[in-house]
Design a protein around this ligand. Structure first.
Ligand code: DC
Length: 232
């Protein structure tokens, strides 16, 4: 039987566990996982390394000129899961640090950056079953996605999760700074002109402030089985 193309779009606020949840869905149900936020982070790292971000100002003209020369792609293997590469170089570690996190929201608010990323996300998703997480997947990138989830959690829970994640990776972190960064990103992501973060009308809301990973899995199992008849 030909497996139908299915897109599951997972959007929501920063640090609500979208990527962990999307990876869980991907591995449990045999979907390809694509992390759209990683693409914006990759562009941000590129802009930082090229010197297009100085004193918190972004040289958009220079970035626009250089962007066609940027090559980002995902690689997957059993040991590391899905990782983002800039050409030959794995940039997964660098894109998750505070430096990139501080500039990724303004970079992702630039319309030509969004168009560049969207084009690649569409190309990466050709055929098969895909689960993609981000801010505008169910509203802009794949407005016809078969299943849309919108994730939320309390600001305290989100800040603590992000802090724990950074500490676990051995990066320097300050809970107050993490909380401020989340607040800023929430604001920029939901108020920008192009594709602001918002809940799609037909999205199912998942508030996981007080849910375990297992409870999230049971929740999505019900939706996926009911909608597509796919068993784990
Ligand atoms: O999911 P994340 O925290 O890695 O995303 C990093 C930033 O990228 C986030 O602050 C907003 C932006 N982003 C976006 O604008 N649209 C997406 N589809 C995904 C991420």
């Amino acid at each position: 039987m030909q497996i139908p193309d299915i897109i599951i779009a997972i959007d929501g606020w920063s640090s609500t566990g979208k990527s962990s949840f999307a990876k869980l869905v991907a591995s449990s149900f045999g979907f390809l996982y694509l992390d759209s936020g990683a693409m914006y982070r990759g562009v941000t790292l590129f802009a930082l390394e090229k010197g297009f971000i100085a004193d918190a100002a972004i040289d958009e003209a220079a970035l626009r000129l250089a962007l066609p020369g940027l090559e980002l792609h995902f690689e997957r293997d059993e040991e590391h899961g899905t990782r983002l590469f800039m050409g030959e170089r794995c940039i997964e570690g660098e894109i998750r640090g505070m430096k990139v996190s501080s500039f990724v929201s303004p970079i992702s608010a630039i319309a030509f950056v969004r168009a560049w990323v969207d084009e690649r996300l569409h190309a990466f998703s050709e055929g098969g079953r895909v689960v993609m997480d981000g801010r505008d997947i169910g509203t802009t990138v794949f407005p016809d996605a078969e299943l849309k989830i919108f994730m939320t959690a309390s600001p305290e829970v989100r800040a603590q999760r992000r802090y724990d994640e950074l500490v676990m990776k051995g990066q320097k972190a300050d809970l107050e700074e993490v909380r401020r960064n989340l607040q800023e990103r929430d604001y920029i992501d939901s108020h920008r002109e192009t594709s602001p973060l918002r809940q799609a009308q037909d999205a199912f809301v998942l508030d996981n402030s007080e849910m375990t990973f297992h409870e999230e899995l049971v929740w999505i199992q019900g939706l996926i089985q009911g909608k597509f008849g796919i068993l784990q």
